[in-house]
Design a protein around this ligand. Sequence first.
Ligand code: CA
Length: 408
Amino acid sequence: MVVVGARSEGMTSFGLRTLPYGSFCTIQDPRPRVGVAVDDQVLDLTAASAQRLPAYAEVFAAGTLDRFLGAGPDAWATVRSAVEGWVNDPRIRAALGEHFLPAADVRMLASFAVADYVDFYASEQHATAVGRIFRPDGDALTPNWKHLPIGYHGRAGTVVPSGTPIVRPCGQRRTPEGEVVFGPSTRLDIEAEVGFVVGTPSALGEPVGLGDFDQHVFGVVLVNDWSARDLQAWEYVPLGPFLGKSFATSISPWVVPLAALEHARTAPPARDVPVLPYLDDADHPPWGLDLQLQVRLNGEVISEPPYAGMYWTPAQMLAHLSVNGASVRTGDLYASGTVSGPGERQAGSLLELSNGGREPFPLEDGTTRAFLQDGDEVVISATAPGAGGTRISLGEVRGIVHPSRSVT
Ligand code: CA
């Protein structure tokens, strides 16, 4: 098996087929530009489109993906096809030579303006494990869990690009002795997730059906939904996550188009509870995705969560979040929820890897972790099946924990 997407420190090679989109600048030229990752280079699409695809020059002129996302599936297909043609034609590639920059020389920026942010809870393994930890005396799965993809509305304004420092949040928590105190979170955690980026908007009052998923969703990013478990445990009843989640959510800089994931599509797990017709995907092409995530803490692989076992597909998530008539907007981001598999070291959160904090796990540097310490760096990466037995990279999202700012 050939792995396309071997990485060197701080840089991901995407090969020639993934062709993800992002926004970048350079030290020499701080203006934002749209880039396409090609092998270990970045094609300046803002410049290249002006030269070879003038009908789309305006779409990329601002240097972010916002207008391209909103341009819709025909535009996405036209541009991807054009870039594939350029990349695979040595003469055109040579002619565009000055617009190919070494990936190591670019600085990645926020690739699109996040409109609304929704976070789901689509892994049965994660929901079961967390249910046992947070509600040891109740049923692990809530009665609604297999009838609808549970989600909540998050905070779009704190979705930040990979590399943004993560300041340890302060807040209220209740101590084991029952005292309510304020201070830096003592149980700061990660959630390894996959995010879906909406391009085409929908009208208020018009739900997006299962079959229209790929007409509305442009592509995929990797997500670290940083979580303060102590704040969360105290505040979440009865309205759900609030300050324990809203301080920061990191996303990867490169948006991988759905078109690059055709070999990753797979059937989701068998449904053991019948679902209502608007969620019944039995007669639709499958939108399970065979992505393999990897979580590294200070360079050490601590978990490898498999995405293929996620109970709810992204098509079902979109159908559900719009079934009440809620419209979707260009730039909407919805995340899968923590990706956790059934095996050892397949959980996408430290909460699960440390059994609710009760069993800290050892690291190669001789220390142990139940939750994150200041200075810890977390990197979440992923690969997917590509053509001909290869694997493609989905890039990575990284963040370092910084100490709390003092609060008086
Ligand atoms: Ca989450």
